[in-house]
Design a protein. Sequence first.
Length: 254
Amino acid sequence: MVLEHLELIASEDGGMTVLGDVLKDAPTNLQEPCLVALEMMKFGVLSGEPFDAAQAHRPFPEQVKYPTPPVAPKTKAILLLSRVMSLVPMKLKNDMWNADVDFDLAAFHSLVRILKRALRQLVEASLGSILLKDLNRAKLLPPGFMCASPRKENHLESPALLPTFMLPRACMGIVVRYFLEYHGDPKVFEKQLSQKFPCCLQPRKDLEYAFCFWDDLRRCVECVAQQLGAEELSEEMQLASEQLEAQQLYLGFK
């Protein structure tokens, strides 16, 4: 039911759609953020363009220094990379984020929260519809079947049997932006990274995980771009990937 509503399988014959076909090849721990990113692509809110003010006569505060269109390709690439990679979690030493807050990512995540709440409600409504037809089926559900608390041994996994679409933090996107805009000595990057974000337990490892997510999402977008009219996003991701790879080489991540 959920897969039909999300157009991952066809309602007529249960066959896989182009979106379902690319999503099935994603690693298990990347499927949920990939699905969220593809849904945002379908709604046209996944891009590197700066956001517009909600009211034209009330622009963003000057102190924010938020870019206004048209923006340079490098700026678009940084916005797109940080937004996409903010969809994956980071492992923190505690529950408090005691580092920078990014205005653009805060705006982007206001959209992510709306989408994730809708997706979770879709899962819950579909499950409720099935159980109401036969309440005895509820006995088949194990305790914590929608528990989204991360496992202690692996913060990327949870006991949930169904997708929970928990509301994310923008931590990863903030760290990615710092990575992309770093121009200091590559030899001291990791030391400065830990000093800049003392709440992050394993920032380098989490960055590498985020890069894997970017690569897999780019694969998905390239596969569906022509059929779903996402050629512009595919081109943006290609240009952003070139900038990312250059920075990875500079800082010794490749």
